[in-house]
Ligand binder design. Structure first.
Ligand code: COA
Length: 260
């Protein structure tokens, strides 16, 4: 998205436009869509202050535990924009959005609008890497998202993220292919584990992929089972040029809708 690719101008404009629109209500996605928002976490002091004002006491305490100011500011811009967007779906002010946490830390909305039809509920997942944030919103099913800024792979590629079968496929790749395949595989696996809500409590090998297939895909095996894998879809997320991303859900028919 231009918001991410042209951070210096477009990112700020988007944040400010967002504040103007902060009270306009958003409609939850249909059951076939996952809406994805992306934004820049490096914001001006003016926007930082507005985000800070919407955070809970617990979030402010967490922000203040970051050792580096840049990381603190990015956390605040992530949670602040998360609250602003969720508030627009829920018809609440950002500070009124109530977040709870699953047993392994996955945040969820504890307050759903009373007006929602049966089976509807807002489900979301957030990811950030460097200055880039991405948020997936689904209606009635769990979703996971991961974005990563692509970095050089040194000699110590963490091959333990791969199963024995994936490792063999990775080793057979040309050197020039390895970086792209590594980050594509990593984001797929992390998005799936975040959809489950376990994160890396489960090993990345829990979700196994065919490394020769690029873009949208289905895992090859989940927990060793091909039958369970057939329920999952993983979609590649268009990001800024230096990033890769993936969105995952245990559901067959859905696609990504990019939100602006
Ligand atoms: C979830 C996890 C993979 C995220 O790793 P990360 O490198 O921070 O990756 P991302 O930027 O993609 O995701 C971070 C966001 O995922 C969300 N998240 C946190 N825990 C999550 C979980 N278990 N499942 C799904 N999403 C989770 C949060 O919104 C978080 O951002 P925020 O804290 O700024 O709001 C990693 O933290 C993990 O494995 N956690 C589970 C195990 C654990 O340590 N639990 C301890 C807390 S009970």
């Amino acid at each position: 998205m231009s918001l991410v690719t042209d951070r210096s101008e477009a990112g700020i404009a988007q944040v400010e436009a967002g504040h103007c629109l902060s009270s306009s209500r958003l409609t939850l996605p249909s059951a076939q869509d996952v809406q994805v928002w992306q934004w820049d976490l490096d914001v001006h002091a003016h926007d930082f202050d507005r985000y800070w004002a919407t955070l809970s006491m617990q979030e402010r305490e967490r922000a203040d535990r970051f050792r580096f100011e840049r990381h603190r500011r990015r956390f605040v811009a992530g949670r602040g924009e998360l609250r602003r967007i969720l508030g627009r779906y829920l018809g609440l002010r950002p500070e009124e959005v109530a977040l709870g946490y699953g047993s392994d830390g996955k945040p969820f909305c504890t307050r759903q609008p009373a007006s929602l039809p049966d089976g509807s509920s807002i489900c979301f997942n957030l990811s950030h890497s460097g200055n880039v944030a991405a948020l997936a919103i689904a209606n009635g099913f769990e979703v996971g998202i991961d974005v990563e800024q692509v970095r050089p792979l040194d000699d110590s590629v963490p091959l333990e993220v791969f199963s024995a079968r994936e490792r063999a496929a990775f080793r057979a790749l040309r050197e020039s292919e390895r970086q792209a395949v590594f980050f594509e595989s990593w984001t797929r696996k992390e998005a799936c584990l975040k959809a489950l809500g376990t994160g890396f409590i489960l090993p990345p090998t829990h979700f196994e992929f065919d490394l020769a297939l690029h873009g949208d895909t289905t895992p090859h095996r989940v927990g060793g089972a091909a039958e369970e894998a057939a329920h999952w879809r993983v979609r590649s997320l268009p990001c800024c040029p230096a990033c890769v991303g993936a969105v995952a859900a245990r559901r067959a028919d859905w696609s990504i809708v990019n939100m602006h």
